[in-house]
Design a protein around this ligand. Structure first.
Ligand code: KTE
Length: 485
């Protein structure tokens, strides 16, 4: 199995949700914690928080276990990390660095209970001390988990959102000190499925403005049509007590099969709204082909909002996702062509590292009678993505690089309006990251994304082909390599 170069994977063992993330402004390090079973390559208890750090979100140092349970049947389930700059918890000495007053809040799961616990770190996030009076929040429910906590300045309180999973509620609590919590409200989105998990609530800047809007992120597992686990998001307002979605709209955060439990970093505003997801699906996560490690994160993404036409009549404030590739990564141009129409012969390039980014801007003539553009990776075993003129939608087809599992959906798709319309010509942009056995596709500068894993591809040949009446306005392919290793 080829380990991804950009996406985080544990050195060995099993990985699922990102479960705590923060940026340390003193050391300029990003800290990532992940659901971790160090004793095997499937999900199992005892379940831990693993820990990794990065200076640029692309090259990670794995520090192994950060927090573990008392009993082998228990799990340190998903949660989040905040920096208690003003020591509201009173857990830190006056001499401690405000940027390193690291507090983890997580679900302590036993076979029959899920309650919220707190642990704090006196060394900047490497080792933790469990709070002496845990649980800090317990409503005596079997499915009450995944606290995501942040500071709400306008009302000077900590906010916790977490899932009353099988009652379809995102519970919203407030606290002055991270220790005592008061219930504020519940959010339900009308979509049910089997259960809610891993909620998030974050304020996201609106492009080309000084405006910001609140985005509620919700994980559902299983129950949406694509099958298995997936993320939704809602744009709305939050007053410190209640979240109200605009026009009650919820939208898929990603249109692929392998994007789940997305979580943002606790970071200063000037670092942007950055987060990442687990790049798998509970339908088959424990069965995917694996080496000594199983499970990977997606490439981190920077979130903004922008008005985009959902259709010719209606423009909607849409989550825009931009992949973050750090300075430790070198990018070597393998292909850079402009204003080209391709004959029947595809353009092909070969990668050495098995990690490639591609960027294709193309123009479709609405009067043409056919039209297909595709980027294919691998020769026999292969995955392909592209745009089909008849449907005017983008697809990812991994049937030639799948493993034998009834839930490993071969084909996924997403629809976006053209990036621009020039008379009879429609212009679209398709960017992609191929990284080990993960393909992330970003459409029209991140207006929609499609994230899928794929397996057993034997070579690193990438080919671009398109029907004669599609003009390649720009096609760029770069090989990415980890310059620091
Ligand atoms: C765990 O399948 C169960 O076996 C849950 O549905 C998965 O739940 C535990 O993983 C999540 C979170 O809600 C839990 O905190 C975490 C979501 O590893 O992936």
């Amino acid at each position: 199995m080829l380990r991804p170069l950009l996406a985080f994977t544990a050195a060995s063992g099993w990985l699922n949700d990102p479960c705590g993330q923060f940026y340390d402004a003193t050391t300029s390090l990003w800290h990532l914690y992940y659901q971790y079973n160090p004793n095997g390559t499937t999900w199992d208890t005892p379940l831990y928080w693993g820990h990794a750090t990065s200076s640029d979100l692309s090259t990670w140092d794995d520090h192994g276990v950060a927090i573990g349970p008392e009993n082998n049947d228990d799990g340190i389930f998903t949660g989040s990390i905040v920096v208690d700059h003003n020591n509201t918890s009173g857990l830190f000495g006056a001499e401690s660095d405000p940027n390193q007053r690291v507090v983890a809040l997580y679900t302590y799961a036993t076979p029959t209970s899920q309650a919220q616990h707190l642990a704090y770190s006196l060394d900047g996030g490497y080792t933790f001390t469990k709070y002496g009076a845990n649980p800090i929040l317990d409503v005596h429910e079997a499915n009450f988990r995944d606290p995501k906590v942040f500071w709400h300045g306008p009302t000077s309180q900590w906010i916790m959102v977490l899932a009353l999973a099988q009652q379809y509620k995102v519970e919203i609590y407030g606290s002055p000190n991270l220790i005592t919590w008061t219930h504020h409200s519940s959010f339900s989105c009308g979509v049910t499925g089997f259960q809610y998990e891993c909620p998030g609530l974050v304020e996201v800047p609106v492009e080309n403005s000084n405006d910001k809007k609140w985005v509620l992120i919700l994980a559902i597992n299983p129950g949406l049509p694509l099958g298995g686990s997936s993320n939704l998001y809602f744009v709305g307002t939050f007053d410190g007590y209640t979240f109200v979605p605009e026009q009650g709209q919820g939208r898929p955060m990603d249109f692929g099969k392998d994007f789940y439990a997305f979580q943002t970093f606790s970071a200063p505003e000037n670092m942007g709204v950055v987060g990442l997801a687990w790049a798998s699906n509970w339908q088959y996560a424990n069965q995917i082909p694996a080496g000594k490690e199983r499970g990977a994160m997606t490439v981190p993404r920077n979130l903004t909002l922008g008005y985009r036409n959902a259709n010719p009549e209606t423009s909607v404030l849409t989550l825009l996702q931009l992949a973050v590739i750090g300075s430790s990564i070198s990018q070597t141009v393998l292909l850079d062509v402009k204003n080209t129409t391709l004959s029947s012969t595809p353009i092909t390039v070969e990668s050495k590292s098995g990690a490639i980014v591609f960027d294709v801007m193309f123009q479709v003539d609405t009067n043409s009678t056919e039209g297909l553009i595709q980027v294919k990776y691998g020769s026999n075993k292969s995955i392909r993505t592209g745009f089909d003129f008849f449907a005017k939608q983008f697809f990812v087809d991994r049937r030639h690089s799948s493993f034998d599992n009834p839930f490993f959906t071969d084909k996924t798709s997403a629809s976006v309006e053209p990036l621009s319309v020039l008379g009879d010509f429609l212009v679209y942009r398709m960017q992609g990251i191929i990284d080990g056995n993960l393909l992330e596709v970003y459409l029209n500068d991140g207006e929609a994304t499609i994230t899928n894993s794929f397996f057993l591809v034997e070579d690193h040949i990438l080919s671009i082909s398109c029907s004669t009446d599609i003009v390649l306005l720009e096609a760029q392919v770069k090989e990415v390599e980890n310059a620091s290793k």
